[in-house]
Write a protein that binds this ligand. Structure first.
Ligand SMILES: [Zn+2]
Length: 222
C-alpha cells in the first residue's frame, strides 16, 4: 500500500485537496479492461501508467510500484514494453479495434453540484444569450429574445436544459423548469420539456423528466 493511500493536491496558495489515488484508479481500469478482453476470449498482458496532464504538476511522493509519465514520454514507454508471446493476427486486431469502438459510450459525470456539494443558489438561473453571454433571455412564441443585445435564438432552452442536467441533477419537474428558464406559463414549460425527447416518470404535477444521455442524437443537431 502506498503512503499516503490517496492523492493529495497542494495548490500554489498552500490549499490541500484529497482525491482517490490514481494508482487505485489505474488498477481498477486495468481490471475492467482485462475482464472486457476475457469476455471476448482474448488474453493480453496489460501495462499501466499514470500520465500527468501538465508538466507543472510535481509529484511530491511518487507511488512505489506505478509508472508515472508526462505525455511526451508515452511513446518511448510503449516502445520499452517487452514483446512477449504471439502477436494478434491482423484480422483479430481489426476485429478487436472495432469491438473497442462499438463498446465506447460517452462519459457523463454526476451533476457537479452533487459531486462537489455546491448549493443550487450558488448558480445563476436563466437562459444565457450566446451572443452577449448575459443571462435572462425571454421566451417569445417559437423563439427566445435577449433583452440586452436583442439576439434571437430558437433553441436557447436546449442548451440551458442540458446545463441543468449536468450541473444540478438528472431530473427536472415542470416547476423547476419554469424557475430555471424564467418562464411563467405551465403549458409553455410543458411544451419545452416535451420537445426535448426526454424520458419521463410519474403523472401530472408529480411528473419529472430525465435526459437520456445514451440518446446522443440530441447532441448531433447542435
Ligand atoms: Zn444577448
Amino acid at each position: 500500500m502506498d503512503n499516503p493511500p490517496q492523492l493529495i493536491r497542494t495548490r500554489e496558495d498552500g490549499h490541500r485537496d484529497g482525491y482517490e489515488s490514481p494508482v487505485v484508479q489505474l488498477e481498477r481500469n486495468r481490471n475492467l479492461l482485462s475482464a472486457w478482453l476475457r469476455g471476448r476470449g482474448i488474453n493480453l498482458p496489460i501495462y499501466g501508467a499514470v500520465v500527468l496532464a501538465y508538466p507543472k504538476q510535481i509529484v511530491a511522493v511518487p507511488p512505489a510500484k506505478t509508472k508515472i509519465l508526462f505525455p511526451n514520454l508515452v511513446p518511448s514507454y510503449i516502445r520499452s514494453i517487452p514483446q512477449q508471446g504471439k502477436q494478434l493476427d491482423i484480422d483479430t486486431f481489426h476485429w478487436l479495434s472495432n469491438e473497442l469502438l462499438a463498446s465506447h459510450q460517452p462519459f457523463i459525470p454526476k451533476p457537479i453540484s452533487e459531486s462537489f456539494s455546491i448549493p443550487f443558489g450558488d448558480f445563476k438561473p436563466g437562459v444565457r444569450c450566446e451572443e452577449c453571454g448575459r443571462f435572462g433571455m425571454i421566451k417569445l412564441p417559437r423563439t427566445w429574445n435577449c433583452p440586452f443585445c436583442r439576439a434571437m435564438d430558437h433553441s436557447a432552452h436546449q442548451r440551458a436544459l442540458l446545463e441543468w442536467f449536468l450541473i444540478f441533477k438528472r431530473s427536472i419537474t415542470n416547476r423547476e423548469c419554469r424557475e430555471f428558464l424564467g418562464v411563467d406559463d405551465v403549458n409553455t414549460a410543458k411544451r419545452i420539456l416535451q420537445s426535448m425527447n426526454l424520458l419521463s416518470n410519474g403523472e401530472y404535477r408529480y411528473r419529472s423528466y430525465m435526459m437520456d444521455f445514451n440518446n446522443i442524437n440530441f447532441f448531433k443537431g447542435r
